[in-house]
Design a protein around this ligand. Structure first.
Ligand code: SAM
Length: 298
């Protein structure tokens, strides 16, 4: 239990600090008073070219551009695209339709909520849930900039969703479930809030192989979306145990842990910020995966 609290606090510090970089001063000040905290290390998930890279602006723009189609992100302000911390584009595999209700687990600065809002239109709605105050402040600031009325952000934990049962058509999420210390609870909650026949379409980090216990205890590497990632088979099995059917990995891309030297310099630096090169086990592979499933209709 104590370890869980420590991990979540570390995650909040990390992502709160990233959000703050994109908050207008007026929005940032009161939040700072609310969340008294030590100076957080401003860094994020995994290697560049995929998940969560809040480094310099030029790199961040190309990260959002790498993850999304130009049409998806056109018209979104920098405070949305530069705060993109995902490892894929769940909206591309969610087949969103006008009028649907979408729930984004760990919505961050809101990028996937705002893209989803275009698909579901004025008759649909999008709910983003996040546990970090400064991320919620950023998401609401971004929503105001965009003038959207079909998006709302709620404070909450994805293991205990502030959402009514059987009310959601589609759950999306982007590089978040790996951060949860209780993934089985996340899948149970996702199943509970989906309508019968509802869809689950997420991008997330998974592994082949298990991280050694001492690496799982490295809170920096966990909060960086590396050592919270679990074996893909275990991930899919936990989803089935929650009740999901048609559970599948649509596609995935390797993060090249097995050959760090082949990664570009930025990716190596991001990864090795949280992990000692010598500590990376030779038999663990890290992937960004697109995972889909469905809640049965009956
Ligand atoms: C890597 S960022 C991804 C943000 C967003 N999905 C995106 O693609 O830009 C992770 C986000 O998930 C939130 N988060 C992590 N664990 C959470 C939990 N257990 N409950 C709610 N939010 C969580 C963090 O506050 C952070 O905003």
């Amino acid at each position: 239990m104590t370890a869980h609290i420590t991990l979540k606090e570390q995650v909040q510090e990390r992502y709160g600090a990233i959000a703050e970089q994109h908050l207008s001063p007026a929005a940032a000040a009161p939040i700072e008073l609310l969340e008294a905290r030590p100076q957080a290390e401003v860094s994020c998930c995994g290697p560049a070219g995929g998940c969560c890279s809040p480094g310099d602006s030029a790199q961040d723009v190309s990260l959002a551009q790498a993850l999304y189609q130009e049409a998806d992100i056109s018209g979104l302000p920098d405070s949305v695209t530069l705060a993109s911390l995902g490892c894929g584009n769940p909206t591309a595999i969610a087949s969103l339709q006008p009028g649907e209700t979408v729930l984004d687990l760990g919505s961050g600065g809101g990028i996937d909520c705002f893209i989803s809002a275009k698909f579901v239109g004025s008759t649909g709605r999008v709910i983003g849930v996040d546990m970090t105050d400064r991320m919620l402040a950023l998401a609401n600031q971004n929503k105001a900039k965009l003038g959207l009325t079909n998006v709302e952000f709620r404070k909450g934990e994805i293991e205990d969703l502030p959402v009514e049962s059987n009310t959601v058509d589609v759950i999306i999420s982007n590089c978040v479930i790996n951060l949860s210390p209780d993934k089985a609870a996340v899948f149970r909650e996702a199943f509970r809030v989906l309508k019968p026949g509802g869809r689950f379409a997420v991008s997330d980090m998974v592994t082949e192989g298990e991280w050694p216990e001492q690496l799982k205890a490295n809170v920096g590497a966990w909060a960086g979306c590396i050592t919270g990632a679990i074996d893909q088979q275990d991930y899919l099995q936990q989803m089935r145990e929650a009740g999901f059917v048609d559970v599948a990995v649509e596609s995935r891309s390797s993060y090249g842990l097995e050959d760090l030297d082949s990664l570009d310099k930025a990716s190596q630096e991001t990864l090795l910020k949280d992990l000692e090169r010598s500590a990376i086990p030779a038999d663990v592979r890290l992937y960004s995966a697109r995972i889909v499933a469905r809640k049965p209709t009956a």
